[in-house]
Design a protein around this ligand. Structure first.
Ligand code: FE2
Length: 410
């Protein structure tokens, strides 16, 4: 119950700095309005828990079942994803009233006897809402950046002003033994269906970079003509560079000969020691090739991450921007800062079976044309991430906090 209320409050808090108009921004089809996120996460609890398991439950408004469905065919129709910004009604106040109504009903049933399968769906709903919390930040960031004024989501908190950047700590290689390793989730607690079944994978000896690639290193790649050397790019990536006229990561801007980037606090001079962020898989792959290295497979990443505690620059730090490494660690920035692109296509593990019922559409049906990212970002809640967690995006996506850790060997 406390966990439920805490997660629900976090979503509302993240929208705290937004104006009413900001809540309706949809700058591109991939990004949804914050108001839609607030409503859709609520819809999840209403549709999959309250309507299914609570006798006599009366929906807040029956039309919302269709209106705030994202992609569940088993639930039925829904508005076009690209048109989520046209939902000026219900207004923001009504969406908050919807949230309050569902929270009251949920708190009531959580204090009574709820079937174990319904409780499991509440837990899934909370993890679902945490995913949307990250999307609230990344979608709002993209929406505000699209405005030529480049308005800030929030002012820079006092004491957080950028200080003169020290050079990044030297990149070192950490070695890992080859052999057969068990991959995937085991033990108690929540996991998404795509994290299992646990299975054996043979991995050759490999090395991982001790930290993420930095803006300075990426700038070196750019200055060396990285975006104009076809031999560095996958064919689809080369097409993306040309079709989208990419010549730098998303949100980078040249002003009077200096590089700036858009952050949640507005435009700032680009700090050279911070991790490079908002790059596509194609850019990560080309950068790695230029650096005479490669990206890790998701299995290598998981083997390495197992030895690391789940802490770092995650949502709870409140920074909402990747940070430079401050002290030498065997593997810095493994959790938090940026999602790390891996060289692995998003595929089912052997013997994968999607969950039963409508929520079986959660992960399995997206296992095509996407790459796996690992480790969470500065917008991921700490209780949401773990070593076996598999995030996935199409290789051209850039608007999430996505970055690069180099790998080497074999
Ligand atoms: Fe969703």
């Amino acid at each position: 119950m406390e966990k439920y209320l805490a997660v629900r409050q976090t979503s509302a808090q993240l929208c705290g700095p937004l104006t009413v108009e900001d809540h309706s921004l949809q700058p591109m089809p991939d990004a949804s309005p914050a108001k839609w996120h607030l409503a859709h996460t609520t819809w999840f609890f209403e549709t999959f828990v309250l309507s299914e398991y609570v006798a006599g439950y009366r929906p807040f408004q029956t039309e919302f079942r269709t209106l705030f469905n994202s992609y569940y065919n088993a639930v039925g129709d829904r508005p076009l994803r690209t048109l989520r910004h046209i939902l000026s009604r219900p207004g923001l106040d009504e969406v908050h009233a919807y949230r309050d109504y569902i929270d009251e009903a949920l708190v009531h049933v959580l204090s009574a006897d709820l079937a174990p399968e319904a409780l499991a769906l509440v837990t899934l709903g909370l993890n679902h809402e945490q995913q949307h919390q990250e999307l609230i930040i990344t979608d709002v960031k993209n929406g505000l950046w699209t405005n030529p004024l480049r308005p800030a989501y929030r002012p820079t908190p006092e004491g957080h002003e950028t200080t003169a950047a020290a050079p990044a700590l030297l990149l070192e290689w950490r070695s890992f033994a080859g052999g057969t390793h068990s991959i995937g989730f085991e033990g108690g607690g929540f996991k998404f269906d795509n994290e299992g079944p646990r299975h054996d994978v043979y991995v050759a000896p490999f090395q991982l970079g001790s930290r993420l690639a930095t803006n300075a290193e990426y700038l070196e790649f750019m200055r060396d003509g990285g975006y104009s050397k076809a031999e560095l790019w996958l064919s689809d990536g080369w097409d993306s560079v040309h079709n989208n006229q990419w010549n730098a990561p998303l949100y980078w801007e040249r002003r009077n000969g200096e590089w700036w980037h858009y952050t949640i606090e507005g435009m700032k001079p680009l700090p050279m020691n911070e991790p490079v962020c908002h790059v596509s898989y194609y850019e990560a792959d080309a950068f790695a090739r230029w650096a005479a290295a490669r990206l890790a497979t998701e299995f290598e990443w998981e083997i390495a991450a197992r030895s690391c505690a789940v802490r770092g620059n995650l949502l709870e730090t409140g920074v909402l921007q990747p940070r430079a490494v401050e002290s030498a660690q065997p593997l810095a920035q493994i959790f938090g800062d940026v999602w790390e692109w891996t060289a692995s296509a998003y595929l089912p593990y052997p013997n994968f079976r999607p969950a039963a019922g409508a929520v079986g559409e959660y992960n399995g049906k997206f296992m095509c044309n996407q790459m796996v990212l690992r480790g969470g970002s500065c917008a991921t809640p700490q209780s949401h991430i773990r070593a076996t967690y598999r995030n996935f995006f199409p290789p051209h996506a850039r608007w999430q906090f996505m970055g690069i850790r180099l790998a080497n060997g074999n």
